[in-house]
Write a protein that binds this ligand. Structure first.
Ligand code: ATP
Ligand code: MG
Length: 446
């Protein structure tokens, strides 16, 4: 390509300092930095190269008469995204990140960027999301996505930390399964040796079974749903944070969930200060307990606002738009849903007229559903009855039903969509942006 800029192996070169360590405490020290070029400014006799590593940016300044001639010529040829290492001395520079810059003495190029990326790194959004997703690994180098995925990592750690403290253990359940667990979204069929099987829509039945032996369990893993419609809140493969606890009901679980959300938000405030500053959005400010609307009260409220909704219908995001903003622009619960629109394992409230109301809740953020949870049915006859009512073939659930003959504890739980939670926290409209490699009806690559 170019005889002056050669690609070389890493060989014996190793990083001595991260960007976060390029500051006055290392003044005059010889350092080796590694990363990729996030931007470059060419002022003729001075070349500024900004190298980014996992912690941030480092300014490197090559001046024509201070730097070996061959090295300066190489600097002139460098392009954004190139992966490289630079050796040099740390010098004070007020205007550079960390108050210091590097005066280079040696350069090793690992991989030259051959094309200009079809998007700008510093900008939040400017081109169609599909162009970005097609080159996702490069797209993920953008500042805003870097911040989002660092926050995501904090969310996952905070959930694990919180649940461990509440005496939960982490489980993993099969993702290749024989039968459906949820109504609604369709299953993805797969070949399983000589049989048909499916990808799991949720760990629901397994996590319920595991409360028999472990009482309090949680799983963080993928769920697969063939969602027929193209929306900004549905993926075919999402990450679910599933929690199930023995000897409690849905009220205890709502309280557990809201405390977990609070812990997640507090952890982000503590660990992602610079990400929050960079994202420039209104971080959710919450107070416990979250507002609770019963489904029936909400129907009443919506009717009063002039919306035509029938008791027994699901609540669409469009319908929820009619709720007063001051109550619903943060997290809130909708409780006590009609039993008929909840899955068979959701317990009906024995006090309600012929069990038409269930012990269930959805955690909402604005119009977005973040989580569904409930008290579960723990008696076999009740479960069988509910399955029949919903037209399910009870035989295909034999493997599940038989454990109910051996003392299933009362239990309750919820599942949170991690990407939905991330949308709420980071104020992102399209779920595809908070998934590393989103899967939807149109996309199976990269
Ligand atoms: P929705 O009504 O929004 O389609 P749901 O009620 O069908 O969701 P649940 O079965 O209650 O979903 O699943 C629990 C949680 O998992 C949801 O509250 C949501 O956060 C998340 N979730 C469900 N389906 C998807 C999906 N296709 N993509 C992303 N997240 C999802
Ligand atoms: Mg739901």
């Amino acid at each position: 390509m170019n005889d002056q800029l050669r690609e070389e192996d890493i060989g014996l070169w190793r990083r001595t300092h991260y960007s976060s360590e390029i500051n006055l405490s290392n003044e005059e020290r010889e350092v080796t930095i590694m990363g990729w070029i996030s931007s470059k400014r060419d002022h003729g006799n001075i070349q500024f190269v900004i190298v980014r590593d996992k912690y941030g940016d480092i300014q490197v300044m090559a001046k024509k008469n201070e730097c070996p001639e061959e090295l300066f010529a190489q600097f002139q040829l460098l392009k954004e995204h190139t992966s490289l290492a630079i050796r040099g001395k740390v010098r004070p520079q007020e205007k550079a990140p960390g108050g210091a810059e590097i005066i280079p003495s040696e350069l090793r190029v690992f991989s030259i960027a051959r094309k200009a990326a079809p998007f700008v790194l510093q900008s939040k959004t400017q081109i169609g999301i599909d162009t970005r997703l097609d080159l996702r690994a490069v797209d993920l180098r953008r500042n805003v996505l870097q911040s989002i995925f660092r926050i995501r990592y904090t969310v996952l750690n905070a959930c694990r930390e919180f649940l461990a403290r509440q005496r939960f253990i982490e489980i993993n359940t099969p993702k290749m399964i024989a039968t459906a667990t949820e109504g609604g979204a369709a299953l993805f069929p797969i070949f399983y040796y000589d049989r048909e099987a499916f990808l799991a829509q949720s760990p629901q039945l397994y996590k319920e079974q595991l409360t028999m032996a472990f009482e309090n369990v949680f799983e963080i893993g993928p769920i697969f749903r063939a969602e027929p419609s193209r929306t900004n809140r549905h993926l075919s493969e999402a990450i679910s944070i599933d929690v199930e606890k023995a000897f409690v009901d849905y009220n205890d679980i709502m309280s557990l969930l809201e405390r977990m959300i609070l812990h997640v938000l507090d952890s982000i405030k503590e660990k992602n200060k610079s990400d929050l500053a960079a994202l420039e959005f209104q971080f959710p400010n919450v107070e416990l307990p979250f507002v609770r609307y019963s489904y029936s009260d909400l129907i009443q409220l919506l009717r009063e606002s002039g919306k035509e909704v029938r008791w027994g219908d699901d609540l669409s995001p469009q319908a929820l738009k009619n709720l007063p903003d001051e109550r619903t622009n943060s997290f809130y619960f909708i409780t006590d849903w009609p039993t008929s629109i909840k899955p068979f394992y959701v317990k009906a409230n024995a006090m309600s007229e012929s069990g038409r109301i269930s012990e269930s809740f959805d955690l909402m953020h604005g119009q977005l559903e973040i989580s569904s949870g409930s008290t579960r049915v723990n008696r076999k006859d009740e479960l069988l009855e509910r399955m029949k009512k919903q037209g399910l073939n009870t035989q295909s659930f034999d493997y599940h039903l038989k454990v109910f003959d051996y003392g299933m504890p009362p239990h309750a739980g919820f599942g949170i969509g991690l990407e939905r939670l991330m949308m709420a926290i980071t104020n992102i409209d399209n779920i595809r942006d908070v998934s590393l490699y989103p899967r939807d009806i149109d996309r199976l690559t990269p």
